[in-house]
Write a protein that binds this ligand. Structure first.
Ligand code: PLP
Length: 388
């Protein structure tokens, strides 16, 4: 019998193979390390992946979304409808272009924006809808685009977590208006930091290119001009080759994520059953193995049936060598947002789920045994804290 403590399982961990390390070394030795031929190749490969739509890359997902809003012409005085359950980048970029985020409550099952509640939030100032595909599960795209069309709104999809997700057999990004992805280290496809935007036409792509480099256009051999205010948001060739290698591995990653998610459903249910906890209102994710890319496996804790809070569950899991995460508390509860008059109580489902959602480990490098260890540890903690 082994007396060593089992290895710590983080909630996520990126996988890099030897080919990726070699490709990075090659760029470093090439003499050209910032945006150049590898970026052009990555963008062309992504464009092919998304069915020929134009794609431009940026330094991170946040810059990608900000530039998407600018490409859509959204700014001062405009309203953008979004969800309170997201990484705060989503609404921060809306504020950063001078527009106002309007938060609509979420659907408790999908944990995404409740599209049935969007119409009531539309005003004459509404210019766009910015849905987020939490954990990689898309919203109903037919309903989303019907709404946008009917009310003449742009759609900026925060698909940061949805690279590899589908809607009715089509890749997220291959359909729709402006679709923004993040390649941050925790995402299903990573360039360490980075992001890409799928656009509608070459004019939008040209504007996005300008905005990511100071608003600059080059003229002839030695001329240049600046006619809009841009930033410094370009992706380097070092990041781009990591993305190219990750793309090759994506199908294998996706197969592994899907298999692990299936195991989670089976093992958690079996453990709850064995522990006599079938009446516990633990909320599992939507069991959809075709649309989601299984970016995360998130449960919602039945805090009303437990004599402890989420932090206690997380601490006790950590003591068992299991990492967890919170994705996310309602954005409207952050000081910056409260100071602008937002209230978590205006979106009560988001408030409840933001308080009780918990991300369990899920990443391609996990072993099958890890799922068993996590599920039994987790259900053991629920049993211990079950109210009377
Ligand atoms: C990761 C993420 C972002 C931001 O991406 P960065 O690359 O970290 O800037 C935005 N929205 C959501 C939902 C994300 O998960």
């Amino acid at each position: 019998m082994s007396n060593s403590t089992p290895a710590f399982i983080p909630f996520t961990r990126p996988s890099f193979n030897q080919e990726t390390i070699d490709a990075v070394s090659e760029v470093l030795r090439s003499g050209w390390v910032t945006s150049g031929p590898k970026l052009a190749e990555f963008e062309a490969t992504l464009s092919e992946y998304f069915g020929g739509r134009p794609v431009r890359c940026f330094a991170n997902g946040t810059a990608t979304m900000k530039i998407a809003l600018q490409v859509a012409g959204i700014g001062e005085g405009d309203e953008v409808i979004t969800t309170p359950i997201s990484w705060v980048a989503t609404s921060n970029v809306i504020l950063s272009v001078g527009a106002k985020p309007i938060f609509v409550d979420i659907d408790p099952i999908t944990r995404n924006i409740d599209l049935n509640k969007v119409v009531a939030a539309i005003t004459p100032k509404t210019r766009a809808i910015m849905p987020v595909y939490l954990a990689g599960l898309p919203v109903d795209m037919d309903q989303l685009y019907a709404l946008a069309k009917q009310h003449n709104l742009r759609v900026i999809e925060d698909a940061a977590q949805a690279f590899g997700s589908h809607w009715k057999g089509q890749k997220i990004g291959s359909i729709g208006d402006l679709v923004s992805f993040s390649f941050q280290a925790n995402k299903n496809l990573t360039t360490i930091e980075g992001g890409c935007l799928v656009l509608n036409n070459p004019d939008e792509a040209k504007l996005a290119e300008k905005l990511r480099l100071q608003g600059l256009t080059r003229q002839g051999m030695d001329g240049m001009d600046v006619d809009v205010l841009g930033g410094k948001d370009n992706l380097t060739d070092v990041n781009a080759v990591i993305g190219l290698e990750q793309l090759k591995q994506l199908p294998a990653y996706q197969t592994r994520r899907t298999a692990l998610a299936r195991q989670y459903f089976d093992v958690i249910r079996a453990e709850l059953n064995a522990a006599g906890l079938m009446d516990l209102k633990l909320e599992l994710p939507v069991e959809n193995f075709t649309d989601s890319n299984w970016h995360m496996f998130q449960v919602v804790l039945p805090l009303h049936q437990l004599n402890c809070d989420r932090a206690t569950v997380m601490t006790e899991l950590k003591d068992l060598g299991i990492g967890t995460g919170v994705h996310y508390p309602a954005i409207t509860g952050f000081t910056l947002y409260k100071e602008q008059g937002y209230k978590t109580s205006d979106t009560p489902i988001a408030e409840r789920i933001g308080r009780s959602i918990l991300t369990l480990p899920l990443f391609p490098g996990m072993a099958d045994e890890d799922i068993g260890r996590i599920a039994s540890g987790f259900v053991g903690i629920l049993k211990k804290h079950r109210k009377n």
